[in-house]
Design a protein around this ligand. Structure first.
Ligand SMILES: [Zn+2]
Ligand SMILES: [Zn+2]
Length: 146
């Protein structure tokens, strides 16, 4: 799949039955439709606010950031803000193909969610080792489907 941010080829990273497309060039991450939810569940940080349906219902964010095209259907994606303090601006395909996070935004989101959970640092450390594993170790090049 081609990166919606910088148009490089993305690689696929796999972790506990979740496949993410990751751009080695700009470090953005693409989640297919319900993969964000599965991802957050796998690290016990899921919240109803971050279901794809909820994200798509939220208002379009006002921003000067350029609209990106969905890497699957090629339509322009909707800009929307998720999380709180800080809010993170992400791109969502209105046809429910998935969600795009710019480099560092997944980390930011996970950090925000982990900070809200009791257990503080311990949860944070777990998440950091998880992310390191997902984004550094388990990579392979995708074949076929673009
Ligand atoms: Zn990229
Ligand atoms: Zn799409």
């Amino acid at each position: 799949m081609i990166c919606p941010g910088c148009k490089s080829d993305m690689i696929v990273v796999e972790h506990s039955n979740i496949e993410l497309d990751y751009c080695l060039n700009c470090h953005g991450v693409w989640f297919d439709s319900n993969e964000l939810e599965l991802f957050l569940k796998s690290i016990k940080l899921d919240t109803p606010d971050l279901l794809l349906s909820h994200i798509l219902e939220s208002v379009e964010a006002e921003t000067k950031e350029k609209k990106r095209r969905c890497p699957i259907c090629r339509r322009k994606m909707k800009k929307t803000k998720i999380g709180d303090r800080p809010k993170i601006l992400i791109d969502a395909c209105t046809r429910r193909d998935g969600l795009w996070f710019d480099g560092g935004e997944v980390y930011q989101l996970v950090k925000t969610l982990a900070n809200k959970k009791p257990g503080g640092n311990e949860a944070h450390d777990k998440v950091m080792s998880f992310l390191a594993e997902v984004f550094k170790a388990r990579t392979r090049h995708k074949t076929g489907k673009i």
